[in-house]
Design a protein around this ligand. Structure first.
Ligand code: GTP
Ligand code: MG
Length: 200
């Protein structure tokens, strides 16, 4: 109910940020959406907020290159992080991304939870484990969110959940509950909205 009310309120794109000096004032709680390129971060933000084209979603991996800030009512920021693990990204781009992520994750005091998105068709990859290690070191609680759950069959989905559980077990900053979602069918969205609303 709290989640429904919060997400029914106004949502706006605030700004795209390319370095730490561009971050908006840390005057409210925020959650961010992290994950490999194309995992469905922008689509999930659109689905959660019911705004079709709020966060850009596309078929072109690596499209979201900035940290995009959205305001949710006047009490939360939703943050769309640039995707990682895009094989064709040039080295300097990857290095800049890593540096920005490190400073953001370690230095943002109002960041309450990272939603770490994992494609339900493939389960977690090594690069997801690397990000989890970075989150452990930054002491930021993260929660695994499986995306595109409308795609795999029941057996493959169960395998992806199992593999995710196994990986989470190795990471002290992991929140134990996994949220299974689909931006297409709406599965799991109410659960995520409630989590965002109830953070304190
Ligand atoms: P980057 O910004 O490039 O890192 O990508 P992203 O993680 O923001 O992914 P995006 O939301 O742009 O989605 C990538 C592709 O996956 C698009 O073609 C979406 O339509 C598709 N997609 C996203 N979520 C779902 C889902 O729940 N189900 C299905 N079937 N497709 C999805
Ligand atoms: Mg995106």
């Amino acid at each position: 109910e709290a989640g429904r009310l919060l997400f029914a309120g106004p949502v706006t794109f605030l700004k795209g940020v390319v370095d730490m000096s561009g971050l908006p004032p840390a005057d409210r709680l925020e959650v961010c959406f992290a994950g490999r390129s194309n995992v469905g971060k922008s689509s999930l933000i659109n689905a959660l907020t019911g705004r079709k084209a709020l966060a850009r979603a596309s078929n072109t991996p690596g499209r979201t290159q900035e940290i995009n800030y959205f305001t949710l009512g006047d009490s939360r920021y939703l943050v769309d992080l640039p995707g990682y693990g895009f094989a064709e990204a040039p080295k300097p781009v990857v290095a800049r991304w890593q540096e920005l992520m490190r400073s953001y994750l370690a230095g943002r005091v109002t960041l309450r939870r990272v939603f770490l998105l994992i494609d339900a068709r493939h389960g977690p990859k090594a690069v997801d484990g690397e990000i989890m290690t970075l989150l452990d070191r930054s002491a930021v609680t993260f929660q695994a969110v499986l995306t595109k759950a409308d795609k795999p069959n029941a057996r493959d989905l169960a395998a992806a959940i199992e593999a995710t559980k196994t990986m989470l077990g190795k990471h002290p900053a992991a929140f134990p509950e996994i949220v299974v979602t689909s931006s297409e069918t709406g599965r799991g969205l109410a659960t995520l909205r409630a989590i965002v609303a109830e953070l304190s």
